[in-house]
Ligand binder design. Sequence first.
Ligand code: ADP
Length: 660
Amino acid sequence: MNQLRLRLMFPMMLFGWLPAIGAAQLMGNSLDWFFSQWGFVLLASVFIGGYLLSGWALKPATAIMNTTASVMRGVPPTKEMSDWLPQDFWKLRCDINMLFAKHRQSLNAAETHASQTAQRLLNAERLLREAFTALQGIFAASDEGVAVVDSSGNIIASNAKLDEFLGHPLEEVGGRNVQQLMQAIASRFVEKERMLQWISATDANPHLRDEVEAELADNEHRVFSLRTTPMQTDHGEVIGRLWMVRDCSEVRGLKKQLRESQKLGTIGQIAGGLAHDFNNMLTAIRGNLTLAELSPGASNTPDVRDKLQNAGHATQRAAELVKQLLCYSRRSPDAQLRKVTNLKRLLADVQGLLKHSIDPRVTVRIRAGMDASFALADATQLEQVVLNLCLNACDALPTDNGIIEIGIENVMHRTPSGGDTCEFVMIAVRDNGSGISEEMRHRIFEPFFTTKDPGRGTGLGLSMAQDIVREHGGWIEFDSVEGQGTEFRVFLPRTEDPENIDDSTPAYDTRLAQLPTGQRGTILVVDDEAPVRSIAVNMLSFLGYRVLEAGDGQQALDIVFRSGEKIDALLLDIYMPKLSGRDTFKQLRAAGNDTPIVICSGFVIDPDEFTILSEGRCPPVDIMLKPYSLDNLSKSMAKAVKTAHAPETFSRQMAPVMAA
Ligand code: ADP
């Protein structure tokens, strides 16, 4: 402030003193007085007085300026300043400040809110844009031709697929008018009038959703579906309608194939049941033939013996066919039925089967000089595979001079997955038929793919063959030259161990028949089918056993537990009324009875099932599939009786072996 006062003093002095001198001059007074001693005293007094006066006069002004600055900054003034201002002014100023502060706070909050809302809006817009792009993509890429129609009947959107269906862009067909679109859609179908009727009936009911399938008028027999559905708001208000067209020829074809395969499944089930009954009948026929063959009268007459043997072979073939039926009906638990199989013999069997089922003009030959080859396989399934390849070859052969050649070779080969080189058996089936065209080659293993007429081919043969071979750890390859022929090659892991191979040399000794009945032990035959039971009784009696009979499981339990008979072994059928073979077995073992049991059945049985049923006691000694031969029966029962007489050899872990 002092600086300000000084700064004010000089101009005051300048503009006060000089005019005073001027005035004195004008009035004719001498100026000497001003420069005399008294003049200087006056000057000094004026200066000091002015200085003091300005200090007093400027103080309130300075206070007001400082206070105003404090007020503007919103801070309280110093005491000195407040002394100069009225108290109310301060209260007012504080209220105003409070108001300003509150206002600023709400302004800040509003600003934050606005920026957050703006951010949210930006995000929402981005999401909306993304969703719209995605929807547009889906709409454009849809397999269906789609038209979106608003409530006034204007087409507001459509996709390229619809243009494709119509054969022209929508604009060319009839612009955005739904009536013209419907006309155009209907005229693409064979039954145009029916389609138009359906469209107008559907359109009349705004809430209706419906679909119709019809054939296209394009000579390609394609079937399209026309579908419509209303567009509704959340409140159920109808705001438009969607029309969709789609090619459903493939789906229709698949549905038809599904029906076919369901039919096949049913046939398979029936076949399974039939096979069981056939096996029972064949057991009786085969057994009687064997007994007749072995009777002393027959051996004296070679003619009769030949006839009996022929009948026996025919029964054997019938049994093989039944085995295949069982395989088709998929009652066979695959892995359990695998045993070391002589593939050379298997091919010979297939050749035998083919002789009876294909055109006799076709030559089926087994390649000469084949390796002895064995594989761990389910012989029935494998037979099915080779048979199928041969029948396919047969269908492709020319009417004259058709040749099918089957061969086996032991090869070293890498697995298709590029693994190590291993030993495989390769079964090759070659024909000089029509071959497989380039376009078909990648499709022939597809289920239901067939080029054969309806009723002649199901398209399941190769896919089933591939499944079976893969389950055996192998694979199938083929080469084909159109017009010259095809070769299919089946690769299977090779095994050297011929231990489990079924040896068909008879195990029974005809001299055993001379043994007095009962000398070899007592056997209880349990079977509900009287002819089957009777043949088992006759065969076992022929083999020198004393035989007891039971018509069902309950009777068998009564004989075992109450008759007091000493029984060495049981021959137990599985499927019986009242008490099944399974339950009989379970009850015997549960009661602590360990009599050796041979299971026989018309169905393929899973041996593991009986190991579980035996609950730690003795599992079955053997499992025989009907119709069993005298040889098999003899071997199995001998094993059982031997076990009964030497219980220490009866290993509880013994795995039963299937016998055919
Ligand atoms: P299906 O025999 O019931 O038609 P497959 O799955 O066994 O079914 O065969 C599929 C198709 O593979 C056959 O329809 C046929 O066109 C073709 N095919 C298979 N084997 C041969 C072959 N040896 N020669 C020519 N074509 C074959």
